[in-house]
Design a protein around this ligand. Structure first.
Ligand SMILES: Cc1cc2nc3c(=O)[nH]c(=O)nc-3n(C[C@H](O)[C@H](O)[C@H](O)COP(=O)(O)OP(=O)(O)OC[C@H]3O[C@@H](n4cnc5c(N)ncnc54)[C@H](O)[C@@H]3O)c2cc1C
Length: 433
């Protein structure tokens, strides 16, 4: 029987999907794509799930569905817990093992606390669909508690740490949710001045963008009523309080940690050389030094030269590049270095407001930037159903200021009280006279 080369890809994110899609039609290969989730997440719109603008099924897409027409790609649900580079096999959490001829590690990043005390215990990350649902539920339930008089209204303040694209987009979107939706639905609460604060250690928001666009984004946030605190770090986080390095205490019932990421712990599992941010050091062709059959792609990879931004395009382009290198190796040809083509960056602040910049120097903000942001994100989203659903939601939200996904999950019915046995006295009720 003809030997088909086994390619194992770990991670069905932007990088891993790109590899599997490129190789999935190749009759000389069997591709196994392993992910701990059965869905691919379109991260750029996750903040809209956290703020009730979209639902998880709008931004998450079942991986098996993506490869329905590429039956050579076997999709495996499982968390990779071991990589044996000498035996050339990976192990998943239920002990299944997968041998490979070529391995691609594309496991992305996890939220990083950078050792700041209290971050793990008292803040919300935004690094998974579960995180987005937890944040949405917590936010919405907080307003219900305040309306029921079970917590002081002052407790509703929000602090977001980290003014990169995630922090900026989240701050703008929470402000809009409060001002346009919740203000109307909770008339008894005075929400107009609800404090929403964005804290950033650097001296500007959206640091990777041109300073003019950073300034435009900061202005747009402040005009909307988001307080922007620049040049100050977080010393620690306590329950309900962010303690800043300059000694100030910011009270908040919702604290979001969007300050940064570090490579997935899988990088350490592989027992290979790690660089800045725990990323796997690779050669110029994205293969691991001394392991030409193993590649790292996307946020987890650190090729030579200035570190690539941890955004979607390097992962997608890197994935396509690695697929081509695997083909080249199987054909006995030399591999080529990875060259990233910058296609520009965008971030949105809210309705009618976004910033966009391109490598040719073109820069946009305001409505034009926002229109570009909308079109690009619709085009990049996977699947016609998701595009249609997101478009309908956006048009609806734009026209009505409504947010359809205002659903509080995990609010379970309390267990029914056990009936007292006949003849026994009922427990005393504290409200009884
Ligand atoms: C909230 C948020 C918003 C963002 N917004 C933007 C944006 O607007 N524009 C932009 O360009 N970029 C944005 N990014 C960054 C962008 O999403 C990443 O750079 C990109 O996803 C990196 O692709 P990747 O393939 O390396 O990793 P990912 O896309 O993160 O995929 C990694 C995959 O690996 C899986 N995985 C991890 N560990 C294991 C394991 N042990 N076993 C099995 N599977 C595993 C994960 O489940 C995941 O599916 C955003 C990121 C976040 C978190």
């Amino acid at each position: 029987m003809e030997h088909r080369s086994k390619v194992v890809v770990v991670g069905a994110g932007f990088g891993g999907l790109a590899v599997a899609r490129e190789l999935g039609d190749d009759p000389t290969m069997d591709v196994t794509l392993i992910d701990g989730n059965n869905y691919h997440t379109f991260w750029p719109l996750l903040y809209q799930v956290a703020t009730a603008g979209l639902d998880t099924s709008d931004v998450c897409f079942p991986v098996r569905r993506i490869f329905r027409r590429q039956p050579r790609v076997s999709v495996v649900l499982g968390w990779v817990t071991g990589i044996d580079l000498d035996r050339r096999e990976v192990t998943v959490d239920d002990e299944r093992t997968f041998p490979y001829d070529h391995l691609v590690i594309a496991a992305g990043t996890v939220s990083a606390s950078f050792g700041v005390p209290g971050v793990e215990e008292h803040t919300f990350p935004l690094k998974s669909a579960d995180d987005a649902l937890d944040l949405r539920t917590h936010l919405l339930a907080g307003f219900e508690r305040a309306a029921a008089g079970r917590s002081p209204q002052g407790d509703l303040a929000v602090v977001i740490v980290g003014a990169g694209p995630t922090g900026v987009e989240l701050a703008g979107s929470i402000r809009e949710l409060v001002d346009k939706v919740l203000c109307r639905e909770f008339p008894a609460l005075d929400l107009a001045n609800l404090p929403i604060t964005l804290v950033e250690l650097g001296d500007r928001v959206l640091a990777p963008f041109h300073p003019d666009l950073s300034a435009a984004a900061a202005r747009a946030l402040q005009l909307r009523g988001v307080a922007v605190e620049l040049g100050v770090g977080v010393e620690r986080v306590e329950a309900g309080t962010v303690v800043l390095a300059d000694g100030r205490h910011l009270a908040a019932s919702t604290i979001v940690w969007a300050a940064g990421v570090t490579a997935s712990p899988l990088a350490r599992l592989a027992g290979v050389e790690l660089g800045k941010g725990g990323r796997i050091v690779t050669d110029a062709d994205l293969s691991l030094p001394g392991r030409p059959e193993v590649f790292a792609v996307g946020d987890i990879a650190l090729p030579p030269g200035p570190p690539l931004a941890q955004v979607a395009q390097p992962a997608i382009q890197g994935g396509r590049h690695v697929a081509a290198q695997i083909r080249a190796r199987l054909a006995g040809q030399p591999t080529r270095p990875f060259r990233y083509r910058d296609r520009g960056s965008m971030a949105t602040i809210g309705r009618n407001s976004a910033v966009a910049e391109f490598p040719n120097g073109w820069r946009f903000h305001g409505v034009i930037g926002w229109a570009m942001w909308l079109v690009l994100h619709l085009v990049e989203l996977i699947g016609f159903r998701n595009r249609a659903s997101v478009l309908v939601n956006w048009v609806w939200n734009y026209l009505t200021y409504d947010r359809g996904a205002r659903i509080i999950l995990r609010h379970r019915m309390p267990p029914a009280p056990t009936p007292a046995p006949p003849g026994s006295r009922r427990a005393p009720d504290p409200d009884d006279p």
